[in-house]
Design a protein around this ligand. Structure first.
Ligand SMILES: [Mg+2]
Length: 230
């Protein structure tokens, strides 16, 4: 049996949320908003409101010449380019590939944005990359999105792993199609009623550590009698 792992992208393989902070820091630098200005931007980023509201408040506070929609467009243009893989991601993915794993990405978001966040080096390490935009690929947690990524990677969902930071999109979705799940909690605890992950880790590095022994077992399996493999 071939080992197969599917990864979420945002805040699983790449630091999308950290990159938002880098964009605010860049904006504060370019427009000379000072430390106090950056502090205001960061506080605004933390406020649980719609992005449109965040950009409206920022434009108003600093008197920018752009409209809120124009500032938001500048963010969407620049932010994906500031996203980087977490440390060790590229190396660990190479180790898994070397151990015979099939690997895929299943991410919610338009390909035009998500592909920029991945970059060529990361994208080149997967057998399949599925950009779920609700049209050709249904959005996670739709079970069909998981079936589709397995088909595209020429792999089976049975015994496969899903690694992600969302209990709703990644853990609940993958559990519904019988996958094993690793939740990257970032130190959070599931709230009552939320999906229950198979394994919980704080960082993606720990997720790789859980998977790699599986790969090592897969490497040894040809030396065992055929019937012992399952
Ligand atoms: Mg995510």
């Amino acid at each position: 049996m071939v080992n197969f792992a599917v990864f979420d992208l945002d805040d699983t393989l790449v630091d999308s949320t950290d990159a938002i902070d880098r964009w605010f820091a860049e904006l504060a630098g370019q427009r000379e908003l000072g430390a106090e200005g950056l502090e205001f931007l960061r506080a605004e980023q933390q406020r649980p409101v719609a992005p449109r509201e965040t950009f409206r408040v920022i434009v108003e506070r600093f008197g920018f010449s752009e409209s809120p929609a124009e500032l938001q467009a500048l963010f969407w243009e620049r932010w994906p380019r500031l996203v980087r893989p977490f440390g060790g991601v590229i190396e660990h993915l190479r180790l898994l590939r070397g151990a015979g794993w099939r690997l895929a990405v299943l991410t919610n978001g338009p390909e035009s944005v998500q592909r920029l966040k991945m970059g060529d080096e990361l994208a080149g390490l997967f057998d399949a990359v599925c950009f779920a935009d609700g049209t050709q690929v249904p959005l996670k947690p739709d079970p069909e999105s998981f079936r589709l990524v397995a088909r595209r990677a020429a792999a089976e969902l049975e015994g496969a792993w899903m690694v992600g930071d969302s209990l709703v999109h990644d853990v609940a979705g993958a559990t519904a199609v019988g996958m094993e799940t690793i939740w990257i909690s970032g130190g959070r605890k599931p709230a009552p009623g939320e999906a229950v992950p198979g394994r919980v880790v704080a960082t993606v590095t720990e997720a790789f550590r859980l998977l790699l022994p599986e790969g090592a077992r897969g490497l040894r399996s040809p030396q065992r009698p055929e019937h012992a493999d399952r």
